[in-house]
Design a protein around this ligand. Sequence first.
Ligand code: WAQ
Ligand code: MG
Length: 652
Amino acid sequence: MLSEVSQVNLYSVKMRASRETNGVREHISGAEQMVRASEVPDLARDLMLRAQNHSKGTPDFINIKVEEIPEESCLRLKALPVRSLACETAAEGLRLACELLGRAGVADAEAVVRLMPQAGRLRGAMILDADTLERLEPDRERGVRATKMGRADRTERACGGTAKNHYAEALVLATKVASAPHIVAEICISDDPDYVTGYVASKSLGYVRIARMKEMGSPEGGRIFLYRGPREELAATIDFIEHRPVLVEDLPKKPCLAKNAADPQGPVPDKWAFLEQGLSAIRKAGLARQIRDMACGPSPRVRCEGRDLLLMASNDYLGLANEPRVRERAARALLEWGTGSGGSRLTTGSLALHSELEERLAAFKKYERALLFNTGYMANVGVITALCGRGDVIFSDELNHASIIDGCRLSRAEIVVYAHNDMADLEDKARRYAGRRGLIVSDSVFSMDGDVVDLAELARMADRYGFLSMIDEAHATGVVGETGRGVTELCGIQPDIVVGTLSKALGSEGGFVCARAQLVEYLINRARSFIFSTALPAACVAAALAALDILESEPWRVRQLRDSVAFFCDSLRKLDVGAESQSAIVPLIVGDERRATRAADLLLERGYLVSAIRYPSVARGSARLRATVRGDHERADLTEAARQIARALREA
Ligand code: WAQ
Ligand code: MG
């Protein structure tokens, strides 16, 4: 019998009902609630009756489990704000659910919804990586089951009745799950054939009921939790969902389903909640970024927040951004033409200077014609979206720069990602799409690994299957090839399209594309980031022209850079740090995000600016230090930098 003391304590009452058919045990129903001791008998009876009268069938096994929960161990949570969305059909309801998941930050909500029938076969919920949709449940048969949760008021006053209160039980569960670490959203459809209202919930959205998410009579339900956080913290999240006792307070009464999409009576969810939620998740994962002010001068040293730093992170590979002749030419152009161009190239913003630089770039890269963009990012997005659309296919290296990825996504073409620089994989995939309109696109020097594309094979594949070929020479121009013309020069191969940037070795700002003249004419008419941007200001264009002059007349600068990179990698290897590079980018793989950040912080304290590169710039778990070498780095500085890097890696 229950003692005096335990009368005030809480009990978790759990019901599980199943039936064996043809040797297979099938789950019929399960439920769990937390109540006061005095209510345990009534609740056990209610759950028993519920199990025996389930529309999915009559069970041959019913398990009722009662477990004491000390009340002081309970986390108290305020119920998520509730609103209801009306809809006429299940299809419309699912569309609403997708939209909500999208707003909660789930990239491919439609794919999540497609997984619901599979989720419904589990006793618990599926838990998916919110970005990759990889399944994360440790037990794929059972799923993750939320238990040990109840309503704070139910523990004071029984509400009786054998009918399941779908709304209240779901809201309690959703409130608990939404507050689990790194859970960004949940979607749920009841598996009860006569209950068609489902919901999408998250901290920022609240609990959003959707009137109809399946057809009446359908036993297809399911539940999916979406997780965005470090893998090593997944176990803690699941533990919270499965074992942390939670009492939910202030459940709003079940709202009626509003006619319009937004329920004017419902409480308005906090529209700013996503900020704190998003930022704290980023901070906890060691992925927080910040802006630092740098005072640069004509050497790879900067003054930053009161410290003198040796820059091992700059893309100004040849130090031309502060070269006196480049500065002077930019200054003259600024004085002559003013600060802003005042219009798009196609309206009033074009100067003879723009065309002059385009001619020079085309000649430098050995193409018929070039076109300027305002940034390298805009060049990639503009070119890819102009050339590819719905129905086309784009083959994209898995390590391509974000601007290529964004261009691919924005184009609405089918995107086929191939393994990094793996031409056999590319061929395998290209073969399957032979006959389609398509584009093969790759970085020429990969921005986070510093390695070089297998251009000969890439171009051969493009020709063989009739696809366009495109490379982005952002990190190669001024760096790779005998005279710095890029990987095209290194390999002696000219793909159909070359994109480049003025903002790295050319020391200015802007992007460009080189191709046959007709393709450039096509871009002028189709590339939206070109058409709808104000033209680069004269100073940027003039600076790039001066830099190009220097690059062409002083090719020793490229050799000097190459020698410095070799020297730096050698110095690191002598200290047992694996380092090699075919460009000016030297990646030093660390793996763990926080360790990479710590190493970079240590280096910063000691006067070296080396970037820690983490997700989403590189895959999770492949965080690294990324050192870049400049042609004007002194040997002594490189030697000391290598020593400090080796030391920081040891200490981090
Ligand atoms: N933890 C995790 N997943 C669960 C749990 C649990 N405790 N209970 C059920 N599931 C999974 C399982 O795969 C089911 O098939 C699916 O969720 C649906 O469960 O405001 O009744 O208990 O009116 O059928 C929504 C109410 C009711 C909307 C949802 O879900 C509203 C419902 P059911
Ligand atoms: Mg059910």
